[in-house]
Design a binder for this molecule. Sequence first.
Ligand SMILES: Cc1cc2nc3c(=O)[nH]c(=O)nc-3n(C[C@H](O)[C@H](O)[C@H](O)COP(=O)(O)O)c2cc1C
Length: 335
Amino acid sequence: MSVDLSTTYLGLTLANPVVASAGPLTREAESLKKLEAAGVGAAVMPSLFEEEVEHDEWQEHRLHVFGSDSFAEALDYFPEHAVPGDGPQAYLQRVREAKAAVSIPIIASLNGTSRGGWTAYARKIEEAGADALELNVYFMATDPNVTSAEVESRYVELVAEVRATIGIPLAVKIGPYFSSLPNIARQLVEAGANGLVLFNRFLQPDIDLESLSVEPRMTLSSDYEMRLPLRWIAILRSQLATSLAATSGVHDARSVAKLLLAGADVTMTTAALLQQGPQYAGKMIEDLRHWMVEHEYESVQQLKGSMSTENCPNPQAYERANYLRTLISYTGSEI
Ligand SMILES: Cc1cc2nc3c(=O)[nH]c(=O)nc-3n(C[C@H](O)[C@H](O)[C@H](O)COP(=O)(O)O)c2cc1C
């Protein structure tokens, strides 16, 4: 039995729903070629960060005022500080190299939290040849005077600004921590997002008990983390006519199948490819094909959303009702 693995995401046709999400393997043309050879449907490049663009602009300004009367003043105003990353020009060059090296769709990524001049890079990324743009909004609200509505407006205004800057499709990558996720998701789509990428994994800081310093710790995901995007994609699928991508905890074909059943158009993976190597994408795709043959699915299209809240026999399993049943029926046998 032949199986059609193709899917559409952000209006692009992808050979299959296994996408390499932003991470070290999608940075350089050489590793992108390996991912393409393994069969990924598309790749999302690591982000160009708002801080990198702003740092670059400071540097330019410093050069501009060098030798002028205001040089000393400018030094005070624009203190030297290290920003990781090699800057916007190198980023645009990598997008061009990626496009020249592979023929799978290349989705570039901008990462920031506020409106401003830096978003002009969305246009430059489009001009460099990216097929689509992912906007990662990684904002931590810590000010008690800022309301949820103000935080949401910030997201929506940023998305509208980037949308107005480019003609290519725009996906927005967000975290799960909203009081009403369906509402902000709808607002983002209305502001012009063509798709949502669910979810950002926030890196949690840790305290080193010896040096008494606070360090952000990078811990790669575990496969159970895919259940958070699974729930929300199942709920949002019937509410929004937009592309949905699942990211966080996609480690094997079983997770890919589950997320497609919930309603994802694509599934994205970083940690599994870092741990197992780029060729592992090929195994995920083949395992998905086998699972579909075994379960008599002819196409990814047929699979997509067939277990969303709208289509599954017990939609309450995605909601609060199942919480009660799960807690009460827990037998403790695993203790
Ligand atoms: C080392 C590393 C670098 C990453 N860099 C980016 C990045 O530049 N931009 C971005 O949006 N996400 C970035 N991510 C997040 C991944 O794209 C992905 O959303 C996250 O790791 C969850 O997926 P996973 O469970 O498959 O790893 C990075 C993740 C890792 C592990």
